[in-house]
Design a protein around this ligand. Sequence first.
Ligand code: CO8
Length: 264
Amino acid sequence: MNDDTFNCLELEVDDNGIAWLTISREKALNALNTEVLSELNDGLPELFEYEDVKAIVITGAGDKAFVAGADISEFVGMSALEARSLSQSGQEVFSMIEAAPIPVIAMINGFALGGGLELALACHLRVAVEGAMLGLPEVSLGLIPGFGGTQRLSRLASPGVAREWVLTGDMYSAEEAMRVGVVNKVASADDLKDVTTKLASTITKRGPIAINAALDVIRRGLEVGQSEGENLESDAFGLLFTTKDQVEGAEAFLAKRKPKFCGE
Ligand code: CO8
């Protein structure tokens, strides 16, 4: 993923193997227009394959907004078929994020509204800054969420929370979002990056194949019933016993040393 080939995305990979991907349309509060969606669609698969990248953090440019939603200016004159197709393309991009082989964290640095919150919900974990406001205001526009929000919020928080957030269109504080399980951590503006880095680095120190398997089993398990989900879990658990990392993990524990995982 070459930073120069994208207009609306900025990428920086740090020494910890964390790729910081910034949606950069600050003047429009980083609203997701078709260009941003298309750049995410084109760039992310490549980023997932980078050997040096162990985790991805998605954030928004500036200190006001993570992403303030889909770009409302593109709705003008849109036909029903075009709207359905845009909804589906957004859903595909967000499903790709949810199915990423490495952890993806949303660092919510301000407003996360509509499609912006839906983007954050597709990430595996969410860290929000104090003062951030989150919500699904689509009903205020005579719409409903169209990038997976109705489904993901119900599964992540609860159907009751999803109904309240979707039906009122209200905005909720980062603290309230954490209380209902939408956000994992809340940090002050000064600490936001450190808290996010610490969360990402904790995960990247663990066995990478196990992390990949855990992400996969949790995601696929949410789409099937309990017993089928447990089958997925046992299969993945068994497969991990074919890896060098599993042997290393047990040996390191018994030798009272830190494991050195090789990703094999
Ligand atoms: N789209 C386009 N432009 C936006 C958006 C947006 N979602 N949000 C903000 N902007 C622009 C504003 O128009 C303004 O532009 P300009 O300076 O040229 O006038 C600039 O960003 C700054 O915004 P404000 O002046 O409004 O800033 P405020 O501090 O007064 O308010 C808010 C901040 C509360 C975040 C306010 O901007 C707001 O309410 N934004 C819209 C939030 C919203 O409704 N989001 C949901 C959009 S719909 C959606 O996401 C559906 C997803 C599924 C789509 C399915 C495909 C069909």
